[in-house]
Write a protein that binds this ligand. Structure first.
Ligand SMILES: C[S@@+](CC[C@H](N)C(=O)[O-])C[C@H]1O[C@@H](n2cnc3c(N)ncnc32)[C@H](O)[C@@H]1O
Length: 203
């Protein structure tokens, strides 16, 4: 399972670029810095941005190659990341540890999606925020027309507003939209795609 990601991150350059995701960059500065967990942080572009913005960052991902690239990027950017290699299946943090969760293109197997969201929720303090962007269920025709935009092939790994509302029903919704956007992230997110963008505050 992590071989795909290790192979991708072993390639030269940063798969999704070194710059943070546009939506994450727009929303994170609206909140006071504290501790943030970054599930599926890959090569760390978003974790590093959070650290540069004054957050204490805990990243995790399946890929050891992702960790190595992320630590390199952190060093180059004069920040530190606490980066754990592991599957969210097995990872455990204390209840209500973090002030925020940053989930950017954290696509999980269909059978795990919802339970992973519920598990992540337990790590967040009441009043904590989540910033989320991932491909929506309307994305498949975009991927078919232009494979360079990336994203999962299986519609069940993609998201809908209804699923997000259900998984995070104990959240005040600050933003929840399905949007067509133009991605320009490294060499694996290039072109038009359909995404869900969500920002919520845990009640
Ligand atoms: C499309 S990449 C996104 C990387 C990063 N968030 C970004 O936007 O640059 C998806 C990432 O999810 C990670 N991933 C998938 N399933 C996971 C799991 N069960 N536990 C931890 N990481 C996982 C993969 O290793 C991969 O790095």
């Amino acid at each position: 399972m992590n071989q795909k990601w290790d192979d991708r991150y072993k390639e030269q350059g940063f798969a999704y670029g070194k710059d943070p995701n546009v939506f994450f960059k727009e929303w994170l500065p609206k909140f006071n810095p504290g501790s943030i967990v970054m599930p599926a942080d890959g090569e760390g572009r978003n974790g590093v941005f959070a650290a540069q913005s004054g957050w204490k960052v805990t990243s995790f991902d399946l890929s050891i190659e992702g960790k190595s690239k992320a630590l390199h990027l952190a060093k180059e950017s004069n920040v530190t990341l606490d980066y754990i290699v592991g599957n969210l299946n097995e990872l455990q943090f204390e209840k209500e540890t973090f002030d925020a969760i940053g989930m950017i293109y954290a696509h999980f197997l269909a059978e795990h999606k919802s339970s992973f969201h519920k598990k992540l929720d337990t790590f967040l303090k009441p009043g904590g925020i989540i910033i989320f962007e991932a491909f929506s269920k309307s994305h498949l025709p975009y991927k078919k027309a232009n494979p360079k935009v990336g994203g999962p092939r299986d519609i069940n790994e993609l998201y809908s507003k209804e699923e997000i509302t259900e998984d995070f029903k104990n959240y005040e919704v600050l933003h929840l939209e399905e949007e067509e956007i133009l991605l320009n992230e490294g060499k694996y997110h290039i072109g038009k795609g359909a995404v869900i963008r969500f920002v919520g505050r845990k009640q």
